[in-house]
Design a protein around this ligand. Structure first.
Ligand SMILES: Nc1ncnc2c1ncn2[C@@H]1O[C@H](COP(=O)(O)OP(=O)(O)OP(=O)(O)O)[C@@H](O)[C@H]1O
Ligand SMILES: [Mg+2]
Length: 201
């Protein structure tokens, strides 16, 4: 199996806390992998390390054979890894559609620029199509501040998918108990979920 993501000997410490200890794993194309562990086990740390939000103390992270350890989040995203966040990172005063527009603007092959027009032909259609994939088409023009936690979670995931990533990392996608289907991505998926929630699901 050819690995899309290949991690070897990843270490990360925060003072005396060992958040990643010689962690190694491979994810192949089309594979879905779950990372399960108790609170504080290091699931979010792993997502942060792979996506460049944290730098590893040692170890290697390869995307399609290219070492990406220590690159910036922007650089990693450009190379084709998207992520969602344990706590959705959204523009709270903007509508669901406007949040998705920002993600679509920054999609692969398109540079996000302050000088680019917010409205562009076809962009709204892409945004509505993405929202409809998540059953959220009717909420397009509602501000995020009016939407429930589970819906915000889905919008955060939809934003990650807008980049059409090779690899999608989802941090606790089932949080808030929203039971709608999450997504059908083409690449690998790595949901973070803790064992307590998994047992009670
Ligand atoms: N930036 C940081 N500074 C200091 N300690 C940190 C930092 N990030 C994580 N940690 C610590 O590293 C350990 C792993 O944390 P992490 O958030 O990765 O766990 P988790 O498995 O995602 O937990 P949860 O299920 O609660 O989301 C914890 O002990 C946490 O307190
Ligand atoms: Mg976490």
């Amino acid at each position: 199996m050819t690995s899309v993501l290949s991690v070897r000997g990843l270490d990360k410490r925060f003072g005396a806390v060992v958040a990643a200890d010689a962690l190694s794993l491979d994810i192949g194309a089309g594979q879905r992998v779950s990372l399960i562990g108790a609170n504080g086990a290091g699931k979010t740390t792993f997502v942060n390390l792979v996506t460049g939000y944290l730098k590893p103390d040692s170890g290697s992270i390869a995307l399609d054979g290219m070492d990406i350890a220590g690159r910036s989040p922007r650089n990693v995203a450009r190379l084709g890894i998207s992520r969602s966040f344990q706590i959705p990172q959204l523009f709270i005063e903007l509508t669901a559609a406007d949040n998705l527009s920002v993600a679509v603007c920054g999609a692969r092959g398109q540079a996000l620029s302050f000088h680019a027009p917010a409205e562009a032909p076809g962009r709204r259609d892409k945004v509505i199509e993405l929202l409809q994939r998540f059953g959220l088409g009717d909420l397009a023009d509602r501000p995020i501040s009016e939407l429930a936690g589970g819906v915000r979670k889905l919008i955060d995931i939809a934003m990650a998918l807008a980049r059409r990533p090779k690899l999608l990392l989802l941090d606790e996608p089932a949080r808030y108990g929203d039971r709608r289907p999450l997504c059908r991505p083409g690449g690998g998926v790595l949901p973070g979920s803790d064992s307590r929630r998994r047992r009670s699901a």
